[in-house]
Write a protein that binds this ligand. Structure first.
Ligand code: HEM
Length: 435
């Protein structure tokens, strides 16, 4: 496959999906100019890379390099023993029991945002749903991380500067082989990283000094210990907090944005979803037990993430020469696993372009290979925040849908754009209506 770069730059997910259709089940070698890359097209290949022989497929260098500038040694970008020690320290924080303690805080943030949205509905305003969701999930994640230690104003300004950094890094993801100094926006990126460091390290130090016990993620992280009983230093805490923000904010916001778009296109599914919310939560404050009973809501979220996986690409670098299901791959090559490719494979998904949440009933899920669906990756490096984000999405849906109906502005163009995440290229313009 030669000369793919221009087509990749135009619309990478469609190109990769098309190649996978053309050569189903093969490990496809791609010529990306300076680097050699292989695209997995079968769930067993994905399983081999993420699970069976995961230690031989690292995150060092390549497309991971730019993002490492912001995330440092946080869980997403760290490797080896350091990653393992911190993953073990942090895993208990993300258990369903621990997360149940965050339901109230998440609810308060979302409910607190509702009057503003209701006001927009009354004014008949057009809103950018993608921007609204980014702002909302940003408030949720910052409130769950820092609780009342961060004022809404500080949260908004930290959120803003984090977004500046993400945008600059998005632009660098496919240009990782270029020297930093040749890329545009380098100064703004450095400034943004310095401001993020200052704000987060200040919050960490203040909390350490105050010795106060709170129930937010920062307090839990301060208490997290490895097997030898040692905790994290300030720098590591900073890296993990920034990592959680970056890994958890845009991904969840995009899930919500695509979901509201899909509901607008599928009124029957929206009705069924509203009926479940009415039946399980009604007008009450949702509890953790309610969330586990909202099974249809969960299937709608899973199906939205199938059609538009917010994380659509998982790259790995081969450490030592290997064979992926019989295909040789040399050390140093990049292996590309793509949720978008897996989630649209007609061999595992009937009519993949159709929005059908019932695909996720236990009966229908049972017949599919594990790695045909991987919105959160898989294996030991699977997303640590998967339960967190589903819980947050369920709360956002329950709170917003019982007051509002979202409708796409007629004629607004909708198509996916692949950067680090898969987002609507032209945003998502919607009007809000009271129900
Ligand atoms: C819909 C929302 C989300 C999606 C689609 C998503 C997706 C992913 C994926 C695909 C990975 C694996 C990357 C790889 O193997 O290279 C990952 C890892 C990770 N995610 Fe998420 N994520 C979401 C939400 C969150 C949230 C809310 C948090 C934290 C609060 C979070 C924190 C992390 C962390 C720390 C890792 C690295 C885990 C490790 O390597 O040990 N994510 N995520």
């Amino acid at each position: 496959m030669v000369g793919l770069l221009p087509a990749l730059a135009r619309d990478a997910p469609s190109l990769l999906r098309q190649l996978a259709r053309q050569y189903p089940g093969e490990l496809i070698e791609l010529d990306l100019g300076l680097t050699r890359a292989y695209l997995a097209t079968h769930p067993e290949q994905v399983q081999y890379v993420l699970h069976d022989n995961w230690r031989n497929f690292g995150k060092e260098g390549g497309m991971w390099k730019p993002i490492g500038r912001l995330l440092g040694n946080g869980l997403v970008t760290a490797g080896g023993d350091e990653w393992l020690r911190n993953r073990r320290r942090m895993q208990p924080l993300f258990s369903s029991r621990q997360l149940a303690g965050l339901v109230d805080r998440m609810f308060d943030v979302v409910e607190g945002d509702l009057p503003r949205l209701e006001e927009r509905a009354r004014a008949g305003a057009v809103v950018d749903m993608d921007k609204e969701m980014m702002q909302l999930t940003q408030r949720v994640i910052l409130a769950t991380m820092f609780g009342v230690s961060i004022t809404p104003r500080e949260a908004d300004s930290l959120g803003e500067v984090l977004l500046v950094a993400i945008q600059a890094l998005n632009a660098r993801m496919f240009l990782y082989f270029m020297p930093d100094r040749l890329l545009p926006g380098e100064r703004a990126l450095r400034d943004a990283i310095a401001r993020i460091d200052e704000a987060i390290l200040r919050l960490v130090r203040e909390r350490r000094r105050s010795k106060e016990e709170r129930d937010d993620l920062l307090s839990l992280l301060l208490r997290a210990r490895d097997e030898s009983g040692s905790g994290m230093d300030d720098r590591q805490l900073r890296d993990e907090l920034v990592t959680m923000f970056i890994a958890g904010n845009e991904t969840t916001a995009i899930t919500m944005t695509w979901l509201f778009y899909l509901l607008d296109r599928n009124p029957g599914i929206e009705r069924k979803l509203r009926a479940e919310i009415e039946e399980v939560v009604g007008d009450r404050r949702p509890t953790a037990a309610d969330l586990s009973r909202m099974e249809y809501t969960k299937m709608v979220i899973q199906e939205a993430m199938r059609m538009y996986p917010p994380s659509w690409l998982v790259p790995r670098t081969v450490k030592e020469d290997d064979q992926i299901c019989g295909y040789p791959v040399p050390a140093g090559a990049t292996v590309i696993l793509s949720q978008y490719v897996m989630h649209h494979d007609p061999a595992f998904w009937e009519a993949p372009a159709e929005f059908d949440p019932e695909r996720f009933t236990p009966e229908r899920s049972a017949s599919r290979p594990r790695y045909s669906y991987m919105p959160f990756g898989g294996g030991p490096r699977q997303c640590i925040g998967n339960l967190f984000s589903i819980m947050e999405a369920q709360i956002v849906i329950a709170v917003l849908l019982r007051r509002l109906r979202m409708r796409l502005v007629p004629g607004h163009p909708v198509s996916p754009q692949a950067v680090a995440t898969l987002r609507p290229r032209h945003g998502l313009k919607m009007t809000l209506h009271a129900v």
